[in-house]
Design a protein around this ligand. Sequence first.
Ligand code: HEM
Length: 476
Amino acid sequence: MGFLILWEKNQFLFYSIMSYHQSFQKSYIYTALWLAILGGFSLGAHIAMPMGFGWNLPPFYQIWVQTHGHMQLIGWTGLFIIGVSLYFMPRFVKVPLPYQRLTKWILVFITTGLILKTGALFTIPYLEAGATTSFLTYLVRFSAALEWVGVVLYLFILVILFKRKPRNYKGLKSVQPFFAMMITGLFVYSSLHLLQYFIFDVAIRMPWSSLTIDVFIKLVLFPVVFAFSVRTFPLFIQIPPFRLSFFWFGIVYGICSVIYLAGAFYDMPLHLDVAAKILISFVILILTYHLRLIPKMFLSPRHFMIRYYGEKYLKNRIDSGAFTRARPGYYDIGQYGRFELLIYSAYIWLLIYAVIEILRSVSQLTPLSLPFGHDPVRHIFLLGFITLLIFGMAQRMLPGFMKKKGLWSRRIVLWTFLLCNLAALGRVLPMLLPQRWLGGVPEIHQWLMYWFGMSGLFAIIALILLLVNLWRTFRG
Ligand code: HEM
């Protein structure tokens, strides 16, 4: 056992190598789940239900949509990613997390900001303009600023952590562009989000909503989730380490994303922004192909191993008994249930997303008219890909982070797989398939719309099951 000496809090601190890492902050996961159940997904369900069943939409519908979107991005995916990365990143770069005491403040600032802002935004439209509404307007601005401070503190810790990485450490190089995009994207998203509340009337739909969502999807979610998949999948699912040098793919992806996002401000010559979007989707397809998840899904464990590891490796594993002791094709003995189903389906949703994005872009450049709207395609990514991946990784990784040997219930893993896919299909299909593609049979469309109406409820049940499973696992 050795020691690491760091300059922090104006003094030299001695860390023992074994114990310098902060333990896992499960409060991030619980908060993300509660915000999703009571906030983001409930708001989504409350909008989708009337749309699906033909009831009246809630008054001030646009505030509902906007709050649902932001809660889902920052409260659900954001807090989950922050919580996991505060545990994972220091171990990845082999340096203790700096300013560990700040981690609880990050959570407090972001959560308080989200809750106060939502409360104020939902109250303002119901009141006559006066002293109370101007107080609430200040409250919205103050809480948006709190949220921003929380995010910036997190980014600050992350930047310091990367700066302190050992000089000879090479592990970060390939994923560096992805983490750089994530840090930039999160800063730009939160700053634009905050600025809007100071520039525009807070009671209207924020004009930059669509742009900020695109920033979050392109620069935060895909880069961080992909970098994370590349680093962790070979440990959990028996796939070979990623061989492609994806540093340059990260650079191409980053440049294309900036060109695409700049298209919101300028009329790009030669449809450069559309071309960039096509390239982004191709990069996603190529990177996913090189993850080897698709052959992993369809080949038997034996065939997969022979093709990607060679006969000799397979023979060694059989001789050492490892091949038969563990679940065939995986490193675990089944104590995390069929978590891989969630991960596989997440990546299938990602492939669908990339293909549809290419088709949509091509139809912008050619007379070919494809009627795929922005909203369902966005949900393919956010609900189909990101949310399913969070469910899969949470049930596979978090027990280990909490030093538990397995999940409380493996059956719940299967239920969450079923419910999440039902929710994603219901949320996406009815909006994606135009009526004329359904052979003009109105009944089919009507049933699809009922499914759409129920999609939020399916997702909420899945979230409650996940919460119970993690809570019982962590307590066990
Ligand atoms: C089954 C679960 C979900 C349901 C029922 C749902 C429902 C909805 C509905 C009805 C809209 C409004 C669409 C419109 O304007 O016509 C919407 C928008 C949106 N949703 Fe969801 N959603 C779900 C899951 C998610 C997830 C998981 C995320 C993100 C992780 C998300 C992020 C968004 C965003 C960013 C918007 C756009 C907000 C804006 O325009 O300001 N949704 N959702």
